[in-house]
Design a protein around this ligand. Sequence first.
Ligand SMILES: NC(=O)C1=CN([C@@H]2O[C@H](COP(=O)(O)OP(=O)(O)OC[C@H]3O[C@@H](n4cnc5c(N)ncnc54)[C@H](OP(=O)(O)O)[C@@H]3O)[C@@H](O)[C@H]2O)C=CC1
Ligand SMILES: CC(=O)N[C@@H](CCC(=O)OP(=O)(O)O)C(=O)O
Length: 358
Amino acid sequence: MPSSSSSSQPSQVRAAIVGSTGYGGVELIRLLAAHPYVTVASVISSSNAGEPFAAGYPHLTEIRTDILDAVDPELIADKADVVFFATPHGVSTKLASQFLAAGLKVIDLSGDFRLKNRDSYAQWYKKEAPQQDELERAVFGMSELFGDEVRGADFVTNPGCFPTATTLGLYPAVKAGWIDPDSIIVDAKTGVSGSGRGLSMAAHFSEVNENFKAYKVHQHQHTPEIEQTLARAAGGPVTVSFTTHLVPMTRGIMSTMYASLTDKSRTTADFRELYNQFYEGRPFVRVRPEGTYPSTKEVYGSNYCDIGVLVDERTKRLTVISVIDNLVKGASGQAIQNLNLMMGWDETTGLTFLPVYP
Ligand SMILES: NC(=O)C1=CN([C@@H]2O[C@H](COP(=O)(O)OP(=O)(O)OC[C@H]3O[C@@H](n4cnc5c(N)ncnc54)[C@H](OP(=O)(O)O)[C@@H]3O)[C@@H](O)[C@H]2O)C=CC1
Ligand SMILES: CC(=O)N[C@@H](CCC(=O)OP(=O)(O)O)C(=O)O
């Protein structure tokens, strides 16, 4: 594994991407093209090995001329120092340990290792969970909250897209005890790329266009992930009401959250000060000026999470509006942020590009 040091230029780290042909995988390729210390050495496919990568993504013609590798742990271990899993749930459960045993670092974008309770994983993902020792080894990589644990780790489980927007939006208020954690209601919206590149009835143009629909009500697999992280802030169990909606846009997540104040005299200015202090020195979380709140396009294509916090003086409830790009901060961008932390690099390395606007 190439080492990094603050006094010299880090040597290139070679990355492999299992699931490179999906949306998370191709976003890793886009972002890593701008990373000064990482080379994508192997793009992997379980169904199209031997085919040119760009055949499936013509926008990368003459940019990625490589041929897709098979899912062959020995070959990948020879070619790479770090492996990203951008695969459906259930794949990394079977493969991660082989790469770790071969000395590679592993960053998993799927949900396999996020929930630390095996029964909870089986209940929400309807699959058999990884072994408990592997679950415990996988550091939960919510970069702004647990960056100290990620630094130097060899195995990171990247958070889900909704949990990233939602938890970053609620964590400071829960940790401070300024909202009642059992009063939290989360109303979340996502663009269609959140469901990946595979075709499904739910993602069909005619089903999504000019439509706005709730889905997985009371059954969304991100519910226990949000509760697990907020419990760390609250120091005890937290239960949230969480409803997701699909909106006719390609990228973007907006979580709108409501909770009762524990001290009804607290104002918007108090909360803004709390959030600004909490996220001081964390460049990818931007707390919006008093009385303002973000929209998804304002973070499109970027690694930012933008947060608006407002106290409703009438109801004495807090409203938080948090937005991310699901494929960047909600997946591949945060995965690279975690790699930066794992390697001891500045967490912003390769990620300082601006949002695309309009
Ligand atoms: N899309 C998003 O916004 C987010 C996604 N995630 C998570 O990231 C992961 C990837 O998501 P996304 O890129 O959207 O999904 P996609 O469906 O777009 O891509 C998944 C890729 O995994 C590969 N794959 C499928 N089965 C296997 C297998 N058995 N072994 C190895 N590779 C396999 C497929 O490629 P091939 O057939 O070529 O192998 C496919 O291209 C998922 O777990 C998702 O939940 C997390 C946060 C946000
Ligand atoms: C639109 C859509 O279907 N979105 C997906 C997002 C899931 C996802 O991103 O996967 P992780 O569980 O790995 O985070 C969903 O709501 O299940």
